[in-house]
Ligand binder design. Structure first.
Ligand SMILES: [Cu+2]
Length: 122
């Protein structure tokens, strides 16, 4: 993903219309289980594990997988236990953008320097 280093501002990547996954996963899902994808400001593997871990602790979440190069997190959850809004808020609270929600400032300031969104994906 070296070409990303050439982008002057990481923020340019944030507003992609691909936030809502239109394609259903081909794998069989448990009844009542839904998948949502949204864009985060994760830049490295530390961000990945931080986001995946905190989403895993969220009520109703069955799995959370973040793809660092695209910054998109895929969350499988029980629709009667949580919502995409709650999941985005959870990501926001630990210091990352979630689609159009901006990262919580205090949480963001506590992130290690390498995880700041001024960095390119690395
Ligand atoms: Cu990081």
């Amino acid at each position: 993903m070296k070409f990303l280093l050439a982008l002057p501002l990481f923020g340019l990547l944030h507003f992609s219309p691909s936030a809502q996954a239109q394609t259903a996963p081909t794998t069989a899902k448990a009844p009542g289980t839904t998948t949502v994808q949204f864009k985060t400001s994760a830049v490295c593997d530390m961000c990945k594990s931080r986001i995946e871990k905190s989403l895993a602790y969220e009520k109703g979440v069955q799995s959370a997988v973040l793809d660092v190069p695209t910054q998109i997190v895929t969350v499988t959850y029980k629709a009667d236990k949580t919502s995409p809004e709650a999941l985005r808020t959870a990501v926001q609270k630990i210091g990352y953008d979630a689609d159009k929600l901006t990262a919580d400032a205090r949480a963001y300031n506590r992130l290690p320097d390498c995880c700041k969104k001024t960095n390119a994906v690395h």
